[in-house]
Design a protein around this ligand. Structure first.
Ligand code: 5AD
Ligand code: SF4
Length: 445
């Protein structure tokens, strides 16, 4: 039977933080009486959860607004809202004169969605709620869909002001969430059958700052570890400056904390790191990676790299290239520098032409492809624990999951294995994934 409830279609751009915000938006829209729709054409409300970290993401939003705008011509009753970082940045400018967008809300105003929907239904359009950094993190019922792995937000915002980054302006100052709220959310997830949590924050290693309780990130991890039912704990993102020996100790000791760390390096040149305002030198970064590899030999280390930052000369670029080669990351998210509003880097000298940035990006990409493929090949013949979390859409009877080191693994297997931890033997690999064979008698949690 078809539901005659109102429907909302949510389109998400950008990072995990945004994906997770969309789960909160979906939960709040459900409270406001809306079911989630898979297709924009079936929806009465469309929400675009925007990202402004790089210009490309912003351009994508513009083209989507145009696309959904033409739906609105066919269906004038359609309501379109824009949330996320662009909404925070642009505020009511987004409403423009075109009557395409009806409401705008920033990441700190998500909890006001039910109220916004009320106002839209009364005022028609033009509702703008961008929230302020004083808005505390609010717990909301998420609408999570896979039932196996969940994101859990532990802090919002960022106080680091890296000179290229728009996040402190869009998501505001850093605010940590009280640990008892986090623990009770994870206990709830465990009783709903979730097996893995990923703790989210722009800089998880500084968790606890500003809270009235005395808690830091290693302590938080230790209090999540005993929660029965949760088998794996992950977290993103750690700032290299704040990665402490205590955190490395906690990772080594706590059996549920997975052997993976995302540690954005950004550049291998100390001159560039300084103008980026990153707060560490390449040598300091390198020593932390050595320390963590020493304590946890199977750890996989991923990173973010920006090429073409203002003032990056050939020598700086070579330092980044040598760092990527020397450290041998398991994977890299590679970006070319993009000018963002309000950021300090805008006014630096020495902005580089796009074609040079692309050339540098491609050079590192090619190198990294080789490194990742080599690292993946080293898994062949070994066994690995995999948490299966879905079907492999490209293979009949195929299932997909991840190792503790965050590698994607495909295997042939019954769909009843989805949601379970299994031991597999890795039989082949590519740049992007591993192929495994299920082992008999493997653990089944
Ligand atoms: N240009 C290019 N990359 C950026 N990042 C953040 N801001 C910019 C920018 N202006 C990258 C950084 C960060 C990741 C999430 O996005 O590498 O770690
Ligand atoms: Fe942006 Fe730097 Fe904060 Fe990361 S640590 S969100 S790059 S300002």
């Amino acid at each position: 039977m078809q539901s005659d409830k109102k429907k909302v279609y949510i389109k998400t751009f950008g990072c995990q933080m945004n994906e997770h915000d969309s789960e909160r938006i979906a939960g709040l829209m459900a409270e406001a009486g809306y079911d989630l729709s898979e297709r924009p054409d079936d929806a009465q409300v469309i929400i675009l959860n925007s990202c402004s970290i790089r210009e490309k993401a912003y351009d994508k939003l513009r083209s989507e607004i145009g696309r959904f705008g033409s739906l609105k011509k066919k269906n004038p009753g359609l309501v379109i809202g824009v949330g996320g970082c662009v909404a925070q940045q642009e505020g009511k400018r987004l409403l423009g004169g075109g009557r395409l967008i009806d409401f705008v809300f920033g990441p700190r105003a998500i909890h006001k969605i039910p109220e916004i929907m009320e106002r839209v239904s009364v005022d028609g359009r033009g509702v703008v709620e961008i929230g302020t950094t004083d808005d505390k993190m609010v717990d909301a019922n998420m609408k999570r869909d896979n039932g196996i792995t969940a994101w859990v937000s532990i802090m919002e915002g960022c106080d680091n002001y890296c000179s290229y980054c728009v996040v402190p302006y869009t998501r505001g100052r850093e605010v940590s969430r009280p640990s008892n709220n986090i623990i009770s959310e994870i206990e709830g997830l465990a009783s709903d059958g979730f097996k893995e949590v990923t703790l989210l924050g722009q800089n998880v290693s500084s968790y606890g700052k500003g809270l009235s309780e005395s808690v830091d990130f290693p302590t938080l991890l230790s209090s999540i570890e005993p929660i029965k039912g949760i088998e794996r704990i992950r977290f993103i993102t750690s700032h290299p400056r704040d990665l402490s020996p205590e955190l490395i100790d906690a990772m080594a000791k706590l059996s549920k904390v997975c052997e993976h760390i995302h540690l954005p390096l950004q550049s291998g040149s100390d001159k560039i790191l300084e103008t980026m305002n990153r707060g560490y030198t390449y040598e300091e970064y390198r020593k932390k990676v050595d320390l963590i590899r020493d304590r946890i030999p199977s750890i996989s280390v991923s990173t973010d790299i920006i090429v073409g930052f203002p003032g990056e000369d050939r020598d700086d670029f070579h330092k980044t290239r040598d760092a990527v080669m020397g450290i041998g990351f398991d994977s890299i998210f590679l970006f070319r520098y993009s000018r963002r509003p309000n950021t300090a880097a805008l006014s630096l000298d020495g902005h580089l032409p796009e074609d040079l940035k692309i050339e540098r990006l491609e050079e590192i990409l090619l190198m990294q492809k080789e490194i990742t493929s080599r690292k993946n090949r080293s898994y062949i013949g070994r066994s690995a624990q995999v948490l299966f979390d879905g079907q492999n859409s490209k293979e009949e009877g195929g299932i997909a999951g991840r190792t503790r080191t965050n590698r994607v693994v495909y295997a042939k297997g019954d769909s009843s294995l989805i949601g379970h931890l299994k031991e597999v033997k890795i039989v082949s690999s590519s740049f992007a994934s591993l192929r495994g064979k299920l082992l008999e008698n493997s653990i089944n949690a």
